[in-house]
Unconditional design. Structure first.
Length: 210
């Protein structure tokens, strides 16, 4: 089995994304890719009282169609941070572990990061800490990586993803599940706020065919 995987850097990434940190000995974060619109690089999905809700970070408009991801600037023309805070608090304030973890993430929504890369990296580091993961993470120096499984498709927010034979969503407690049913593969924040320390075990249990 290949022991390395290449992952994109995403905003409050889906549960599936973080299952890869159990599956591989080394995780290579792709830092030499062009920015693609309509992806989880600037989007995330949470479970609101009315069902699945997409959150989006606006970016500064570029002059060329292909800009490097690391150069993409976050736009603060509209107060998207306030909107995300309200949406997350409304969705998760009654979950079992919201009060234990929200103070970790709230300051990130109160900071004006210059680039999307910097913002996403800050969230990513907090998620790894809160789940209890300390993997070997590297930032690859080349776009193509030999002898590594590539999960760049996990950034696609529009569907049509490639099959992932190593992931099978595991149902867990969700505060609105009695009303709307279980919604799988939402943002990792959904798992953390609902399950807390048990998020580690749920992620590990979602790995199959190894």
């Amino acid at each position: 089995m290949i022991t390395k995987a290449v992952l994109p850097l995403l905003y409050i990434a889906p549960v599936q994304y973080y299952s890869k940190f159990f599956l591989y000995k080394e995780i290579l974060i792709q830092q030499h890719e062009n920015y693609n619109k309509q992806s989880f690089r600037n989007r995330g999905s949470i479970y609101s009282a009315n069902g699945k809700l997409a959150l989006s970070i606006p970016i500064e408009k570029g002059r060329t169609p292909q800009l490097k991801y690391k150069t993409i600037a976050v736009s603060y023309v509209e107060n998207w941070q306030k909107n995300h805070i309200r949406a997350i608090e409304s969705a998760y304030r009654h979950t079992p572990f919201f009060e234990f973890y929200w103070d970790d993430y709230l300051p990130l929504y109160q900071t004006q990061f210059e680039t999307l890369w910097e913002l996403n990296l800050a969230f990513h580091k907090l998620v790894l800490r809160d789940i209890g993961l300390s993997p070997k993470v590297f930032f690859n120096d080349a776009f193509e990586v030999e002898s590594a499984d590539n999960y760049s498709f996990l950034a696609n927010a529009k569907g049509n993803k490639l099959a992932d034979i190593y992931f099978e969503p595991k149902e867990y407690y969700q505060v609105f599940s009695e009303k709307t049913g279980f919604l799988q593969n939402l943002s990792i924040l959904d798992l953390i706020f609902n399950e807390g320390p048990n998020a580690y075990a749920i992620l590990k249990a979602s790995i199959v065919n190894i």
